[in-house]
Design a protein. Structure first.
Length: 198
């Protein structure tokens, strides 16, 4: 196929059988792929931000998969489907559905019992869903949009700024973001909370 994606720190490489799922045969570089994905993501954002959604709807496997499909469905044939291979991150492929259900149940509990402030609920959800790594690709962007949906639709608070620039390419803000994610991996969620509002 000749698809050269050139993965950067914090990105999960695609298997060859996942690359076959590319729906746009003219794409050959990471830059071209990013452009098509960004167009698709912007359409998904228009769809979701204009909708009225219940907490139970948002915290469901059906919605989480549908959002990913809307974000990437014009670019990847497997968009919205859980990954069928194991990666260098994430739970075993057979555990994805169970781990996601546990995360949604935990998050509903946090909301109903005021366990954490709104920002922390959204960022803890974002961090855990990336740790599960539901999909072959796009997990980081999907998790940030899920956090935005939780903070906006459930808590009625402003969307996160995420460093006010794209985090899909190399750059200083991505380095700060990846460092914050790694600190959250080690149990310190505070830097990721700060970054989300920077």
């Amino acid at each position: 196929m000749g698809l050269n994606l050139g993965f950067i720190d914090g990105q999960t490489p695609l298997d060859e059988n996942e690359k076959v799922g590319l729906l746009i045969p003219t794409v050959t570089t990471r830059g071209e792929l990013d452009e098509f994905e960004q167009q698709n993501i912007e359409e998904a954002l228009q769809w979701v931000l204009g909708k009225k959604l219940s907490t139970e709807t948002i915290l469901s496997e059906k919605f989480i998969r549908n959002l990913h499909k809307r974000m990437y469905g014009q670019v990847w044939s497997w968009a919205g489907n859980f990954r069928s291979t194991n990666k260098n991150i994430g739970v075993d492929k057979w555990q994805i559905s169970v781990a996601l259900k546990q995360l949604c149940d935990d998050t509903l509990y946090w909301i109903n019992n005021n366990t954490y402030p709104p920002d922390e609920v959204a960022i803890r959800f974002k961090h855990r869903i990336v740790s599960i790594h539901c999909f072959p690709n796009g997990n980081g962007r999907h998790s940030r949009i899920m956090a935005d949906i939780i903070i906006d639709k459930i808590h009625g608070k402003p969307l996160f700024s995420w460093g006010m620039e794209s985090l899909s390419g190399q750059g200083y803000m991505r380095q700060i973001y990846i460092q914050a994610v790694r600190k959250a991996d080690a149990g310190d969620i505070a830097p990721l909370l700060v970054f989300a509002r920077s």
